[in-house]
Structures are given as structure tokens and as C-alpha cells.
Design a protein around this ligand. Sequence first.
Ligand code: ADP
Length: 494
Amino acid sequence: MPRRRTHPVQSAILLLLTAAIFAADAFTRLDTAIAVMYVVVLLLASPVWPRRYTLALGAACVLLTMGAYAVAHGLRVAPSPAGRALVSIAAIAITTWLVIQRQQATDRLRQREQALRRSQAFLAGAQRLTRTGSFGIRVPDGAMVWSEEAARIFGYAGDAAPDMERVLAHTLPEDRPLVTAALRRTMACEGHIDVAHRLLLPDGTIRHVHVLAEASYDADGRCEYLGAVTDVTARVEAEQQLHASHVQLAHAARVSMLGELAASVAHEVNQPLTAIVANAQAGRRWLGRAQPDIGEALGALDGIVQASERAGQVIRRIRALARRTEPEHVALDLNVLVQDTVELLQRELDRRPLALRVELAPGLPPVLGDRIELQQVLINLVMNALQAMDGLPDHHLEMRRLELRTRQDDGMALVSVRDSGPGIADADGARLFEPFFSTKADGMGLGLPICRSIIARHGGRIAARSTPPGSTFSFELPVHQESARHEQQSDALP
Ligand code: ADP
């Protein structure tokens, strides 16, 4: 309970006043109810004395009034002075009661004020800690209120007058249409607002904020938005850094994978080069004849052009795998991805005795993704499958099978790689995608975790299961509805 501070000087004055009133009442013969003056003492004491002192003072005033009567008139009843004394006592009692009532009301008010201040302080502390400010917008006039933290997040001093124009002034120009659209919906009282946008502060820093607001209606049906704005800069920056490290790691793994595939890469480049040499030699022979055969020579030259184009393509593809670029999401046909991967790994496949089966679902809808990253995933899964089968004893040679399949399932496009290797041991099942888990002597254990992070960043899932004999690794990606629709429409055209 809030305490009144009793000031000694004020208390002394009150006591002196009380004594003076008593003296005047007891020792002067004035025909007035002097004791009524105690009311003044009580009124003066009430703001400075605690309740129990005031009560004691009231009781003391009543006793002093009776005492003064006894001093002045003895114990006999003198009608007029006794009446005045009784009126005074009644006035003192009523005043004491009223003063105490007022003190109780004031104390309650102070308590509420303190509780309010405390909860305001809690709220402000919590807002500072969570970097979340609150605001309200009245519809339709757009009058705004905001908390100190909201003002700070929007880049203003805590006491700056809240204003939507100010918010827009600090919004990054590219994000202004987003904020204006949200504001328009607010002004039309159109449901829930959920916007993430950036602020450009006067000192040039970029701040990422997330704004959530909900409409509420007062008793008269007027709409008002109550919302929260959170400064999510730290989280967004951490996510950006994480993304950049994922991309770097995926790139490093790709480069090291290309190193492992050096023989295949050389083979892929060699093939068109061999074709070029063979065609050039044939061309020379056709032209070197006594009767040069121009037609055949031209055919050989065409062969050279085609092989050169093919060599160019191969080099472009390999350079793309080696280059470090920010992933670029485009509509992709997973069937083409599987075919390209099989071509790139042809030599790895050729130099092993195995039966390869490729089953591509006709009309597989496109997915949205980065071609290089998804190819990296597929190369990884195929190479793991090949390496798993490499470990099989020789008498299993004829049973080596690799199956690559694509299919569509419930809005997802799926690629699976099934091998007839040793399968996945129960104990390893849960750890396959953990970083640095490897059962290979020279394994890094980063291939599958990187595959998982690439697929996750594409909004898909990757999974491994035992499919005796061997295992199946598959990933699925959401179908890109827009380009799937587009393809369907162009298929339907006559
Ligand atoms: P690494 O190839 O360096 O070992 P990965 O993350 O690619 O790293 O693979 C982790 C582990 O998962 C492998 O060491 C192996 O034990 C297991 N694994 C991956 N693919 C297969 C597969 N097709 N069959 C059986 N086990 C596999």
C-alpha cells in the first residue's frame, strides 16, 4: 500500500493548531462552536497523515471537544454549549469518516497507478528485449499510436508523433508498394495483415521488420487495427549468412566431386574430340582422292561442326558445375536432369559391370530449381549407389543393378535412385544425413547432408530406405504449378 510521508514540521503545526483550538474552546467564553475548527485540522492532516493517525486524530478531537466542555462547564448540562459541543462532535465524526473514505479512495488510485506504471515498465522492457513494438491504427482516419519500441524500430525517437507517412518515409523504396498495399487493406479493414519488409534508415542501415496486425471493433462497430512490429534484422542476416555458407559448401563439394569425376569429365570431352579427329581424317581422305568426293567431305565437315558444338556444350556444363554462382531457380524438367546426369556419368557407368535402367515418367511436370544444385544432388546419389555396389563381392557381379526413376505424386515430382548394393544397416538409417557420418575409408560424410540442405532450400524432401537387395535414395520437389499450367495450355493448342 502506498505510504504517506508524515512531515515533522507539518505534524507539529497540526498539533499546535489542535492545542490552540482546545485552549480557545476550553478557556474562552465565545458563543460559537469553536470545536468545529477541528474539522480544519482533520482536512489539513488527511493528505499528510496515514489513515490510522487520521482516525486517532479524529478520536482525539472528539475527546478534546468533550474535555473542553468539561473544563468550561463542568459535568452539568448547559443546553446551548452542550448543543454546540454535540454539533462539533458530529461534524468531527462525519469529517473523519469522509476523510478516511477519501484516503482509502486515494490509496486505491495510487495502487492502481503504481500497478499500471509497473506493467508499463514490464511491457516496455519486454518490448525492448524481444525487439517488438506495438501500434494501433484507427480506421478510416488512419490516426496512429505506437509504443516507444515501435517508434525506435521505425527509426524515430521514442517521443516522435506516430504517423504512417513517417513509416513510409523510412521504408526501402522497393518495398513501399508492399507497405502501401497493406495500408490500403488496413484502411478498408480487410482482415489480417502480415508483411515482412525492409526499412532504410537515415544513416543508411537496412532494417528488416515483420509486421502483424489484426482488426478489432469497438462497441460502436468502428474498426481499429492493433499490431506488432518486430525487428527481425538479426534473424534475417543470420539466415542470409547460413544460406551463403550452404551455397559455398555445396560449391566446394561440387568442385571436389568434379575432381573425383576427372576421368569421366575427360572422357566426355574426349569423345567429341575423337569424333572431330576422325571426321577431319575422313574429310582429308575424301578430298585427297583422284576424284575428290565433295559431298562426303562436306558430310565430314558437318560431323566436325556437330562434334565441336557437342564439345562446347560439355565444357559449358562442366564449367557451370565448377563455377560459384548464386543459385538461380528456373522451371526444370527432372527427366532432362536425369538424362544429363547419366550422360555426364556415362564413363563411371560404363566401366562397371551393371545393368542400368532409366524409367522417366512421361509428361512429368516441371519443378522450380537451380539446375546445377539439383544435378549435384543426383550425381551424389548415383555415385553413392555405384560406390555401394563397388563394395559387393565379385560373385554378385551379375546382380548389380542401378535404377533411376522419375514420377509424379500428389503435387510433387520425384526422382529415385535404387541400387542393389549392401543396403542400409538399421543402426545407420537415422544417421545417414548427419554431417560427417561415413562408412567409407576415405569418406567425408558431407555428400548427403549437402544434398539434404539443397533439397530443403528447394522446398522438397530427401529420403533413404532399404529396398533389399540394396537401397533407394529419393528426393521430391513441389511441382511448379505455373509453368505446369502453361505447358498444359500449350499442349492443348491445335
Ligand atoms: P560419404 O560418401 O563421404 O561417405 P555421404 O554423406 O554421401 O558421405 O554418405 C554417407 C554414408 O551414407 C556413406 O558413407 C554410406 O555409409 C551411406 N550411404 C550413402 N549412399 C548409400 C547407398 N546407396 N547404399 C548404402 N549406403 C549408402
